[in-house]
Design a protein around this ligand. Structure first.
Ligand SMILES: Cc1ncc(COP(=O)(O)O)c(C=O)c1O
Length: 429
């Protein structure tokens, strides 16, 4: 791997010839070479997070409250991607049969840290491009007959629900849904809804660990246990989970788990994975087939055999895991929870209806509130176009506020100030 000085030198050279924007090179070069010392965290955690903020390309005057849609890769991740290109594109691999094409091999140097980070064995994980792809592999790969049922919530993302809709249209399986209250009050409420809805034709229980609609953290371990006790497969869409909070798929006891580390792990776009409990691997058909699809001894690796693909993204994914481990998931999760609680409390003080669970175990770094009569799209446009504050919501009046660890308290305070300004202006008109 290149050391940092060499990288900057070679990248600056590249910028001239390949038109990589000089601003990007300058920003990467000016980001501190090391992450802040954890000792700084014990002395003054706000100073620690402020120092860490310098690793991100998001301009100082922009406030990014939508990490839930997609994260922002910090400098160490971007450098690793460039290092990956610089190393592999020379086509000077020692072995003449070795090429940089993930999609035909085990790539254990990337798979091992990922497996360790999410708590499963190497043989139980396939690196894919995103949760949508992993969810499609699940829905497409499970044998089901017409009339067999999948049970899900009414808060699934299209990238979770639509693979099952496709299967329903093509093969006549049936989709049943439980309606989650807004907000969910406690884990028992969710368990009872699922328990009542599982019937003799239910084959799969599919749910988001953290939903896209309200950010509620569903009691995944208990739901997977419930499914197991009824002889039903559990498939968890964990798109938001890695990097937002501790994850140990083994401990959850799920049969299948999908995720998109390009969200909260701040990994490169196009990083995803599918975890399969060893006992379930042989029950899943491949969706994409190339050499290896019919070799059960490959275990989960057979699902990452997708043909030529982007290896430097894996360099970035590995670096993103290193960043999270270096900061520490304890610190990251604590910060996520503190910032989320802060923004939620402040929004409630302002009269917002909370769709975020009052149970702290059922929320983490996404707060969702309903603020009628405010029209969320109008507010969203105004905040972005006039104040460089980026939020997201849903029609007509839902606001979904993501609080990644790199967000500063003063940035939240500025969002709140602008929200008040907008609300005042619109209540007077
Ligand atoms: C719960 C959930 N599942 C799946 C997805 C789709 O993610 P991707 O586009 O990375 O596949 C999202 C995206 O927001 C999501 O929130």
């Amino acid at each position: 791997m290149l050391d940092r000085r060499r990288f900057i030198f070679s990248a600056a050279g590249l910028a001239g010839t390949l038109a990589i924007p000089n601003r990007l090179i300058a920003q990467l070069a000016s980001a501190p070479a090391n992450l802040p010392d954890p000792k700084q965290y014990s002395n003054n955690d706000d100073a620690y997070w402020l120092e860490l903020r310098k690793q991100f390309l998001i301009p100082g005057d922009e406030i990014y409250l939508n990490n839930g849609t997609v994260g922002s890769s910090p400098a160490p991740v971007l450098r690793a991607i460039f290092d990956g290109y610089n190393t592999t594109e020379k086509m000077d691999q020692q072995d003449p049969e070795d090429y940089p094409i993930w999609g035909y091999a085990a790539w254990n140097e990337f798979r091992d840290p990922l497996a360790a980070f999410v708590g499963c064995k190497r043989d139980e994980i396939a690196m894919l491009r995103n949760a949508t792809e992993a969810n499609s592999y699940i829905a497409n790969g499970v044998d089901m007959k017409a009339g067999d049922e999948v049970l899900m919530t009414d808060q699934e993302h299209p990238g979770g629900e639509q693979p099952w809709q496709l299967k329903a249209k093509r093969y006549g399986i049936v989709i049943k849904k439980v309606t989650l209250p807004k907000p969910v009050q406690n884990p028992a409420q969710v368990l009872n809804l699922f328990s009542d809805a599982i019937g003799p034709r239910t084959r799969v229980v599919f749910f988001s660990h953290i939903t896209t609609v309200t950010g509620v953290v569903l009691p995944a371990k208990e739901l997977c246990g419930l499914a197991r006790s009824k002889g039903v497969l559990s498939a968890v869409d964990g798109a938001h989970v890695p990097g937002m909070m501790h994850l140990n798929v083994k401990d959850l006891g799920c049969d299948m788990y999908s995720a998109s580390p390009h969200k909260w792990l701040q990994a490169p776009k196009g990083s995803g994975f599918l975890c399969l409990r060893d006992e379930v691997i042989d029950r899943l058909w491949n969706t994409i087939a190339t050499e290896g699809w019919d070799e059960p001894q490959l275990r989960a690796e057979r699902f990452q055999r997708i043909g030529s693909s982007n290896v430097p993204a894996l360099w970035g994914l590995r670096a993103a895991i290193q960043v999270a481990n270096q900061i520490g998931m304890d610190r990251i999760e604590r910060r996520h929870r503190q910032m989320c609680d802060y923004i939620l409390e402040e929004m409630i003080k302002r009269g917002a209806e909370s769709w975020t669970s009052p149970d702290p175990s059922l929320r983490c770094a996404i707060a969702t509130v309903n603020v009628p009569p405010i029209q969320r799209m109008d507010l969203e446009n105004w905040l972005w176009k006039t104040h460089k504050i980026r939020i997201r919501g849903g029609e007509p009046s839902k606001l979904r506020l993501s609080t990644p660890y790199y967000l500063q308290k003063k940035e939240i305070a500025r969002f709140l100030e602008k929200f008040d300004e907008y609300k005042k202006a619109h209540s007077e008109s």
